[in-house]
Design a protein around this ligand. Structure first.
Ligand code: ZN
Length: 276
């Protein structure tokens, strides 16, 4: 996320004249389109969207502009010059800051929509501002926006990289391995377990690389590098359609830029994987 973004759960006393709106209709985001590019709708007193929004959630301030997230019922049509599109499809069309902000907004709006009643006693919940939390008015149970941490790991063997095609990938590309953290595991244990389960090998020298929010629907990707320590490839056919060791000169089709998967692979290609 941009250094020009200041996150907050409550709006400031002095609101900005312009507001940036993140409006979802189920999983689709409202954008103002101009040719191939798209932007989040920005409104002020002279430009209204004329949409009846559900509760608005303050996200923070991007480049001095207050940002709010909300949603509309599924039968709402977009205003003129606007469209509803899935966030993934907007990856290259939205400015990068707006893309990540929209991902943040999606997770807050989804959490709000799915936590209006207490999961323990069924009574209505209330927003517990200034915390980003909901509290049950009856039994006091608090709930927070859900995050599902997942590891993503770039495995090397000498000058080779292991790349795999998952059975559920949205394209024909090859990527590094990833998997969700289970309760009770350290991140390093998740890396070792996922690699063993998916491709049958052992790894060591597991090192933290970096992380990326992944709002599809509420993951946090935590990146690692690791080295092959033993074993031959033995693929789990439920998860992995194909996997091979590649060199820099023989790389297959790769995942899109911006993803941490691609950042890991690019670091391998540049020879900077272990030095970050
Ligand atoms: Zn309750």
């Amino acid at each position: 996320m941009s250094a020009n973004f200041e996150p907050a759960a409550s709006p400031p006393r002095q609101p900005s004249a312009e507001r940036l709106l993140i409006v979802y209709r189920d999983r689709d985001l409202l954008v103002r389109s101009s040719g191939a590019a798209a932007n989040l709708p920005a409104i002020d007193g002279s430009r209204e969207l004329r949409l009846e929004l559900d509760q608005e959630h303050y996200l923070g301030r991007l480049d001095g502009v207050d940002c709010f997230a909300s949603h509309v019922p599924e039968d709402v049509e977009p205003p003129d010059d606007h469209e509803f599109r899935g966030l993934r499809a907007l990856w290259t069309r939205l400015p990068e800051d707006q893309f990540w902000l929209a991902g943040r907004g999606y997770q807050i709006v989804e959490w709000d929509r799915t936590h209006r009643y207490c999961g323990r006693c069924g009574e209505p919940t209330e927003n517990a501002l200034p915390e980003r939390a909901k509290r049950c008015s009856s039994c006091g149970l608090s709930s927070f926006p859900r995050l599902s941490p997942a590891v993503i790991v770039c495995i090397t063997r000498g000058n080779e990289i292991l790349l795999a095609q998952g059975t559920r990938f949205p394209g024909a590309f090859y990527s590094v391995l990833a998997g969700f953290v289970e309760p009770g595991e350290s991140l390093e244990e998740t890396v070792a377990r996922e690699v063993k389960e998916e491709v049958g090998i052992d790894v060591d020298k597991i090192r933290y690389f970096g992380s990326q929010p992944w709002p599809f629907p509420h993951s946090l990707m935590i990146g690692f590098s690791a080295e092959h320590a033993g074993g031959e490839l033995a693929l789990d056919p439920e998860e992995i359609a194909d996997a091979n060791w590649y060199t820099r000169d023989t790389l297959p089709e790769l995942p899109p830029r911006l993803s941490i998967a691609r950042t890991l692979i690019d670091a391998y290609v540049e020879g900077s994987l272990g030095s970050r």
